[in-house]
Design a protein around this ligand. Structure first.
Ligand SMILES: [Zn+2]
Length: 234
């Protein structure tokens, strides 16, 4: 069996999405990529989470061609593959329809950064993709969803803002590995809920000051990070 370690990580990441309450019905999938081999490991389509085993995961190449596995890969595979091709720094992706993040996606509003919880994980507002033209919906819809995300990051580093809202659909999050991707998917849901409540309390609430935003993001990420214990990820 190929990529035993990555399979275990992707398997855990998929279960983690369920444990963190981010999966509604079967809307959710996580994947990981082995950069040196150029291979993706992704959840199979339509297998209930409580019956899924690591050997059910599907291995594909970066074009989405199945290399190992008897089950069909998640139907969102072409979106994952497009992101792995366009964003070389990412190692894992998580897609959910978590309630608050999806509400913002449906409202087609970016999530402003109102506080340091958001700033610790995302260096800027969470962007929303542009609505897809009918031609792209009728065509290779999942791959075109990936391209819509890539277009939303033309002027942004995907590791600075490791999540996006796909218009009228839901969130995709990513990270250095599958575990980081699910953590970012979870934190995205948390900040989506907090932002919703913030504007309920004060519709005129302003975004966090840039200096405070930078301070919080950069103490955890980047070259001068100093938060947590040395050698740990946080
Ligand atoms: Zn979806």
């Amino acid at each position: 069996m190929l990529l035993v370690d990555l399979r275990a990580q992707v398997y855990e990441a998929n279960l983690d999405l369920v444990r963190r309450g981010l999966v509604i019905s079967t809307f959710g999938n996580a994947s990981g990529v082995a950069r040196s081999e150029g291979l993706i490991v992704i959840k199979p389509s339509g297998v209930p989470y409580d019956e899924m085993k690591p050997e059910h995961l599907v291995v594909t190449d970066l074009q989405g061609k199945v290399i190992e596995g008897t089950l069909r890969p998640s139907s969102d595979l072409p979106t994952h593959a497009a992101l792995y091709r366009a964003f070389p720094a990412i190692g894992g992706i998580a897609h959910t329809h978590s309630e608050y993040a999806t509400a913002w996606a449906q409202a087609r509003r970016p999530i402003p950064c109102f506080g340091t919880t958001h700033a610790d994980y995302f260096h800027g507002p969470i962007p929303v993709t542009k609505a897809m033209p009918e031609k792209e919906i009728a065509g290779e819809y999942e791959a075109n969803t990936g391209m819509a995300i890539v277009r939303a990051f033309r002027k942004k580093d995907p590791m600075d803002v490791p999540a996006v809202l796909v218009a009228n659909h839901g969130p995709f999050a990513w990270g250095s590995d599958p575990r980081a991707a699910t953590e970012n998917a979870w934190m995205l849901e948390v900040v989506a809920r907090m932002a919703y409540r913030t504007i309920k309390i004060n519709a005129d609430a302003g975004a966090i000051a840039k200096a405070l935003h930078d301070r919080h993001f950069l103490r955890k990420h980047g070259k001068k990070a100093y938060y947590g214990q040395s050698g740990s990820k946080q």
